[in-house]
Design a protein around this ligand. Structure first.
Ligand code: CP
Length: 305
């Protein structure tokens, strides 16, 4: 039994298999409509979500399976003080696989230690979000045609943005990938990622504060929201929340084939006028999340057509 807690829990080869399967599902979704018949997915969400929870549920329903779960800690026995360990022990006897989102970093890892079903981390604090990474990789592969030879700009809240941390971890495994980190000083990528991953492995990267200047060099621009819920101080959030706003004027500096990704939800960081630019692919990215999760569920449950 395999759990997916970090994007590195899938080898490059396994990842390729999941992405290939997701692409096959996109081509012929009907073919897969019964392959999880009789299986149940539990979605244990201790923190708000629209895309991740609903796309997991849509994925299982598309595969002919069933779903159960809760969408907030308040509507579960966590509100009465139940531990994640006890909850997953119980849920293991109700479902075949589970996706867990939790505000505490490491909670899905703890759950995996007590679980007898595969646990998928659906986002833990500011740490990791491996199925968003799978979604991002599928989007890049499908729309850019490659996962190597890319200059990727990450812009916004690089400190708390778990989707950023997960995607960096995944992308360093491909050849000739360079990173440009665009953030205010207070929201730089964490030191552990710079020192223990990028510097250690001599991965080329630069940190800048001006988005326009680096736009022409980017193949992908990954915009992120400033994560209000992770700030201790509202004043700091208000001061930093609009640090970077991508608008139509800034898009004029970008390559014709640069893609704009965003894990969503968006607040102010991408002006809605950008939505109609063919390079803005964030809604397509959210759509691909269903196919990525269908492929991952099939892989973890070891089912095929
Ligand atoms: N991208 C993402 O994780 O969105 P939700 O918070 O809506 O699940």
């Amino acid at each position: 039994m395999k759990h997916i807690i970090s994007p590195l829990d899938l080898s490059v080869k396994e990842l390729e298999e999941v992405l290939d399967l997701a692409e096959q599902i996109i081509e012929d979704p009907k073919k897969y409509s019964e392959c999880c018949h009789g299986k149940k997915l539990a979605t244990l969400f201790y923190e708000p979500s629209t895309r991740t929870r609903l796309s997991f549920e849509a994925a299982m329903l598309n595969l002919g399976g069933n779903i159960l779960g809760f969408s907030s800690a308040d509507s579960s026995s966590a509100a009465k003080g139940e531990s994640v360990a006890d909850t997953i022990r119980v849920v293991s006897s109700y479902a075949d696989i589970c996706a867990m989102r939790h505000p505490k970093e490491g909670a899905p890892l703890v759950a995996s230690m007590y679980s007898s079903i595969p646990v998928i981390n659906a986002g833990d604090g500011g740490h990791n979000h491996p199925t968003q990474t799978l979604t991002d990789l599928l989007t890049i592969k499908k729309l850019k045609g490659r996962l190597d030879n890319l200059t990727i700009g990450f812009c916004g809240d690089l400190k708390f943005g778990r989707t950023v941390h997960s995607l960096i971890n995944a992308m360093v495994r491909y050849d000739n990938v360079k990173f440009v980190f665009i953030s205010p000083e207070e929201l730089r990528i964490p030191a552990y990622l710079r020192e223990e991953l990028l510097d250690r492995d001599n991965i080329p990267y630069q940190e800048v504060k001006n988005l326009e200047k680096v736009m022409p060099s980017l193949d992908l621009l990954y915009m992120t929201r400033v994560q209000k819920e992770r700030f201790f101080n509202e004043e700091d959030y208000i001061r930093l929340k609009d640090s970077f706003i991508l608008d139509a004027q800034k898009m004029t500096y970008a390559k014709d084939d640069m893609l704009v990704l965003h894990p969503l939800p968006r607040v102010n960081e991408i002006a809605t006028e950008v939505d109609n630019d063919p390079r803005a692919v964030y809604f397509k990215q959210a759509e691909f999340g269903v196919y990525a999760r269908m492929a991952l569920i099939m892989k973890l449950l070891n089912v095929s057509v």
